[in-house]
Design a protein around this ligand. Structure first.
Ligand code: NAP
Length: 254
């Protein structure tokens, strides 16, 4: 591989769920700058359009798709729309997620539990199912799932969130073993606190608790997560599969 093509995503087609803002928007920006054609797949279409307008003048290499990742009809329609516009799907970044209820488990309602599971875990399952037929046909794909440090260690008062993120880690490992002989590599990341609008969903006390556990003594930036996703989404990621890569400022060193 020539040095100037290290990490190149030239003409690769990447779907990023939850790309309207936060970590997803930073990943979209990074992959666009690496040459990819990027699908901003988000439940908030207007915000996704606004982000595209900010990131790419003319939006020729971008496509906004309004999708609720909990709805199979919508994830399947998303995959069809991407293939119609760009001809293929090379990369899927399952990033859409919510923090869910921030309270003790005894107070969590069944509806709240189901809501978090639907978006954070079933959404990953549905999006993988929607794109895999294309990737399997091409014998090429990179799937990157955004889990969380909460899925390794468990955060008190975020039980549904922590449980779903543990589920994402194991979905990653299981799927990675199923498809790796067909040119598709599946990995996940476990960020600690990253400065994004999701933090509005949790109390300041919760943020302080999570930040105090980071040895580097600061929260992470969306662009730092995007840099790691860039590698895992590229051809250079050729012997890393089923991995759970830490990005927590040293909170987890495994
Ligand atoms: P964010 O700022 O809240 O952005 C998430 C995006 O996903 C929003 O645009 C949101 O739209 C969208 N979304 C929510 N539900 C959706 C659905 N059903 N279908 C499609 N899109 C949906 O969150 P973030 O902090 O960037 O987090 C991104 C990912 O990183 C999440 O999976 C999160 O769990 C994970 N993570 C974040 C942190 C952190 O500290 N920020 C740490 C570890 C892991 P709406 O706003 O309209 O709902």
């Amino acid at each position: 591989m020539p040095a100037d093509s290290f990490y190149s995503l030239q003409d690769k087609v990447a779907i990023i769920t939850g790309a309207a803002r936060g970590i997803g928007a930073a990943i979209a920006e990074r992959l666009l700058r690496a040459g990819a054609r990027v699908v901003f797949a988000d439940i908030d279409e207007r915000e996704a359009q606004r982000t595209v307008a900010e990131l790419e003048a003319g939006g020729k290499r971008s496509l906004v798709v309004a999708v609720d990742v909990t709805q199979r009809v919508q994830t399947e329609a998303m995959a069809r729309q991407v293939v119609e516009r760009f001809g293929t799907i090379d990369i899927l970044v399952n990033n859409a997620g919510i923090a869910g209820p921030n309270k003790p488990l005894v107070e969590v309602s069944e509806e709240e539990w189901d809501g978090v599971c639907d978006i954070n875990l079933k959404g990953v399952f549905l999006c993988c199912q929607a794109v895999l037929p294309v990737m399997l046909k091409n014998r090429y794909g990179r799937i990157v799932n955004i889990a969380s440090i909460a899925g390794k260690e468990g955060n008190p008062n975020l039980t549904p969130y922590s449980a779903t993120k543990a589920g994402v880690i194991c979905l990653t490992k299981a799927l990675a073993k199923e498809v790796c002989t067909q040119g598709i590599y599946v990995n996940c990341l476990t960020p600690a606190v990253i400065e994004t609008p999701i933090l509005k969903q949790v109390t300041q006390q919760q943020i302080d608790y999570m930040t105090s556990r980071i040895p580097m003594g600061r929260v992470g930036k969306p662009a730092e997560v995007a840099a790691l996703v860039h590698f895992l989404a590229s051809d250079d990621c050729s012997f890393t599969n089923g991995a759970c890569v830490d990005i927590s400022g040293g909170r987890a060193t495994y």
